[in-house]
Design a protein around this ligand. Structure first.
Ligand code: 13P
Length: 256
């Protein structure tokens, strides 16, 4: 059975001082408690070293929100996989809708970052999802299918266990509006079927598919209990230790 991944994306929030306080609080809440799933926090780059330090003696993992495809050199403003590895980052979020929208990241560029991360043993969390007008036009499967296939075609299925997809409908991000459990399950099953087609059913079974978009303690149980929902990518509710912890506790209940 796939372990659930409960991941917090802090986006451009929590600089070093705030991040340390928040990560310390989370580590303290779970001190001497077991967690049988996986918990991950992705702070801004500048806060990563502080969060890594706060989580040193805990099961919490850390990840970045982006990465570049080159190892080093004249690429002002970019960060490489080797730099993330030096900080002991386990995961990296790639192709978030905010990067696609505000920084014009293309499917090809996103695919090359996924390939680079997997080659360097950092697990990518590939974000896919449709906009409101695309959902209204019933185009969600075409949009998500195109985003996903651009990456699947470049990646070997031997990476299935390290490959994570996050379905994040853009209309549900930061809006308070959430996909219904049925809408989420339908898209997650579709994503898994595409992986089965492009890789193999065995590989598809290993890939974890997270839901993201206004996940919070009040809706986490119905979402996480869906067959093909293997965790959450949580924005707003991950910026409070209490609400993130509550979602983690719900994940534990759901998998018992
Ligand atoms: P919210 O949980 O704030 O809607 O953000 C979701 C998200 O974009 C996580 O990557």
């Amino acid at each position: 059975m796939r372990k659930l991944l409960i991941a917090g994306n802090w986006k451009m929030n929590a600089g070093p001082t705030e991040a340390k306080v928040l990560a310390d609080e989370m580590a303290e809440m779970w001190k001497s408690k077991d967690f049988n799933n996986e918990a991950l926090i992705c702070p801004p780059y500048v806060s990563l070293p502080f969060v890594v330090k706060s989580f040193r003696d805990s099961f919490f993992k850390t990840g970045a929100q982006n990465v570049y495809t080159e190892d080093n050199g004249a690429f002002t403003g970019e960060i490489s996989t080797s730099m993330l590895k030096e900080l002991t980052c386990d995961y990296v979020i790639i192709g978030h809708s905010e990067r696609r929208e505000y920084f014009q990241e293309s499917d090809e560029f996103i695919a090359s970052k996924v390939v680079k991360s997997l080659n360097e043993s950092i697990r990518p969390i590939l974000c896919v999802g449709e906009k409101l007008e695309e959902r209204k036009a019933n185009d969600q499967k075409t949009v998500v299918g195109t985003q996903l296939k651009a990456v699947l075609s470049q990646v070997d299925e031997k990476h299935a266990e390290d490959f994570v997809v996050a379905y994040e409908p853009v209309w549900a991000i930061g809006t308070g509006e959430t996909a219904s459990p049925e809408q989420a399950q339908e898209m997650h099953a579709f994503i898994r079927s595409l992986i089965a087609e492009n890789w193999s059913p065995d590989a598809a079974d290993k890939v974890r598919i997270l839901y993201g978009g206004s996940m919070k303690p009040a809706n986490a149980e119905e979402l996480l209990s869906q067959k093909d929902v293997d965790g959450g990518l949580i924005g707003g509710a991950s910026l409070k230790a209490g609400s993130f912890s509550e979602i983690m506790a719900i994940a534990e209940q759901t998998t018992k």
